[in-house]
Write a protein that binds this ligand. Structure first.
Ligand code: ADP
Ligand code: MG
Length: 212
């Protein structure tokens, strides 16, 4: 079997057929390097550029772990901007098409609070949000992150550049200590090393130079 085929991984048949339907035939480099680690439930720090297919790398892992019959926030993805959060939510919804009952909620600033609070009361399996708005929900007690199993810090270097380190630390501490944490970053400056040491447990490091 082609080692870069998704079929080389221990994915569920519905997940594999959905990837096929999406036209995802081969894993990108970051997916081939990180998915085996993610599926072993290890923490991960991955250095990869934009457009390398990071969303499917963490999304497939998160969705394979998820229990659809447990209506609680099991996956949390923190993104630097509203635009990126929307992109991640859209990609996760495509990846989640193999199941018809996985609820993904996007929580970003600039949108009114009240409908977000109503959506949170209704519930979600996965939340994708920006640091400031997630912090606001935590401080108002309108979000319960104690059920998070997988935490993703997407484009972590951008979030640190935007001054969100403390917000991220606050969000991480609202999650349970026993969780899987995946950190994605295009660069690896000191702040990201610090974040890795502070938020990840014995992480595997992977780095992808080329786009694919
Ligand atoms: P990144 O977050 O690394 O910038 P994305 O996760 O947004 O990249 O993926 C970039 C594009 O590649 C998306 O349009 C996505 O649908 C597509 N893609 C991801 N993985 C694969 C794959 N294995 N095969 C084909 N297309 C893919
Ligand atoms: Mg991305």
């Amino acid at each position: 079997m082609n080692p870069s085929s998704f079929a080389a991984l221990a994915l569920s048949p519905p997940m594999l057929s959905n990837l096929d339907a999406l036209g995802y035939r081969e894993m990108t480099s970051i997916q081939a390097q990180s998915l085996p680690v993610i599926l072993q439930l290890r923490d991960l720090i991955a250095q990869a550029k934009t457009g390398s297919g990071k969303t499917a790398a963490f999304g497939i892992g998160m969705l394979q772990k998820l229990n659809p019959t447990w209506f609680a926030i099991q996956g949390l993805v923190i993104c630097p901007t509203r635009e990126l959060a929307d992109q991640v939510s859209n990609e996760l919804r495509r990846l989640a098409r193999f199941a018809d009952n996985i609820k993904i909620l996007t929580l970003c600033g600039g949108a009114p609070m009240r409908p977000q609070i109503a959506s949170l009361e209704h519930g979600a399996h996965i939340v994708v949000g920006t640091p400031g708005r997630l912090r606001d929900h935590i401080s108002r007690n309108t979000i319960n992150l104690s059920t998070v199993q997988t935490l993703v810090l997407d484009e972590a270097d951008r979030m640190v550049d935007m001054g969100f380190y403390e917000e991220i630390a606050g969000i991480v501490s609202a999650c349970p200590e026993r969780r899987q944490t995946l950190l994605f970053s295009a660069t690896y400056p000191d702040d990201i090393r610090k974040a890795s040491a502070e938020f990840l447990r014995d992480p595997v490091e992977v780095k992808v130079e080329a786009q694919h």
